[in-house]
Design a protein around this ligand. Structure first.
Ligand code: ATP
Length: 456
């Protein structure tokens, strides 16, 4: 993290919105919470699902050269010996309370941080991996670990995927799943937790083409965030210095986001060379070679790894979308979430609870919810209901009023501009579909009209 000026939103506002509206709760809160574990509430789970679906769509569904995988969280313990995790995380560590760099206690002469002079935490014998026991007897032979990354599940399945899909290089395997790290220091809300989700790709390429694929993935992944609405100026690429590179990496960049606490990593993109496949081949005794039909050569592919979290991007999408606007004597809080990510796409609001209005509104609701997450709200004034939807980022509200009973038309109100159009109920679903895909609000279906500009 650097000492850049923080973004306009402070973390407390995001935490408070998340709590108030049911995006994120502390885990096991009725028991006082569990440090660095979080529960995603009704809106949080939708946002998370949408992030994962957008990623899967971009990296698997819309590509010829990628397939998916869902490996188990518990893996053969030898996996972690081969990958270097068992050895790599078993030191006494101290962490600087200021810059969060971690140091092996044995390497330090004094008790301040060699980098910034900050105060250090107490040394702890530390294995970042959570241990558990498989089978009824707690003996060493049965120790297994909760995976600290999803990547190794991909490497150990490399041959399985190759044999069953007939994919040829270059191709990738993508996976979304939980990972667990017993982090020394945690904090900054869901930024660093002990249980989190990852979206990882291992992209296998012919050695020698790795440099060009590395650059390709840097650009591809950076653009993904921009396409989903993150402001370019809040994103940067940061190259790892030689001394900072992980033992397996030939090159690594982080995609950083300007979080309220400063620039911090959203996703890491590493050129892992052939490290992992070589290690697993050695450790398992199984061949993890690739046979190139064109050159008739056997070799071990190189791997480019774009490794993202789910929780950190979720926090970044929320921070980037958060906005406050003066609204008469109050403040309008709104989330400018991209429609693809918004937890609720449309809210249906009958102007009053009069039976005949409710009947039409409920019919519309029943139709629309077959296509999207839609909410129905008839409590309090329509102005308040608009504000409630703004605050959770719902792109469109559909209002059913008394005139609707006569002309079979309803209004669609846009979250960001507060402009409204009026459209025939028969054209409502298709109109919403077009608007959610990015069509201008004032492009009207036959029979539609501009209803209201701006002010409410
Ligand atoms: P950091 O340096 O911040 O600890 P890292 O470099 O160890 O992160 P990676 O191992 O590269 O992280 O993991 C890939 C991604 O997984 C990260 O970019 C981040 O989005 C996510 N991630 C890693 N650790 C955590 C965590 N403790 N809580 C939430 N997300 C995490």
């Amino acid at each position: 993290m650097t000492e850049e000026t923080p973004t306009k939103v402070d973390m407390e506002k995001i935490v408070s919105l998340c709590r108030r509206r049911g995006f994120v709760f502390p885990s096991s809160e009725i028991y006082g919470g569990l440090s660095s574990c979080w529960d995603y509430g009704p809106l949080g789970v939708e946002l998370k699902r949408n992030i994962k679906e957008a990623w899967w769509r971009a990296v698997v569904q819309e590509r010829d050269d990628m397939v998916g995988l869902d490996a188990s969280i518990l893996m053969h313990p030898q996996t972690w010996a081969a990958s270097g995790h068992l050895e790599g995380f078993a030191d006494a560590l101290v962490e600087c309370k200021n810059c969060h760099l971690r140091w092996k206690a044995d390497d330090l002469a004094g008790n301040s941080c060699p980098s910034c002079g900050g105060e250090l935490t107490e040394p702890r014998l530390f294995n970042l991996m959570f241990k558990t026991f498989m089978g009824p007897v707690e003996e060493e032979a049965n120790v297994v670990y909760l995976r600290p990354e999803t990547a190794q599940g991909i490497f150990v399945n490399f041959q399985n995927v190759l044999n069953t899909t007939r994919k040829r290089l270059p191709f990738g395997i993508a996976q979304i799943g939980k990972a667990f790290r017993n982090e020394i220091t945690t904090g900054n809300f869901i930024f660093r937790s002990r249980e989190f989700e990852q979206m990882e790709i291992e992209f296998f390429v012919k050695p020698g083409t790795d440099g060009e694929w590395f650059n390709y993935w840097l650009e591809e992944r950076l653009n993904w965030y921009v396409k989903l609405g993150i402001k370019k100026e809040n994103l940067r690429l940061r190259e790892h210095a030689k001394g900072e590179l992980a033992h397996y990496a030939r090159a690594c960049y982080d995609i950083d986001y300007l979080f309220p606490m400063g620039w911090s990593e959203l996703e890491g993109i590493a050129n892992r060379g052939d490290f992992d496949l070589v290690q697993h081949a050695k450790s398992s005794g199984k061949s993890l070679d690739y046979f190139d039909d064109d050159t008739k050569e056997h070799f071990i592919p190189y791997v480019i790894e774009p490794s993202a979290g789910v929780d950190r991007p979720l926090l970044a999408f929320l921070c980037d979308a958060y906005d406050e606007e003066p609204d008469k004597d109050e403040i309008r809080v709104l989330l400018h979430l991209h429609p693809t990510l918004a937890p609720i796409k449309v809210a249906v609001l009958p102007l009053s609870r009069r039976e005949n209005l409710v009947k039409v509104a409920k019919e519309i609701y029943a139709d629309l919810r077959q296509h999207w997450m839609v909410s129905y709200d008839d409590a309090q004034s329509v102005g308040r209901r608009y504000r409630r939807q703004d605050e959770i980022g719902t792109p469109f509200c559909v209002t059913v009023d008394f005139q609707s009973l006569e002309d079979n038309q309803v209004t669609i109100r846009d979250r960001d501009s507060m402009n409204q159009i009026r459209v025939p109920i028969a054209a409502l679903r298709n109109t919403l579909q077009a608007k959610l895909s990015g069509e201008e609000l004032f492009v009207l279906p036959p029979g539609g009209m501009i209803w209201k500009g701006g002010n409410e």
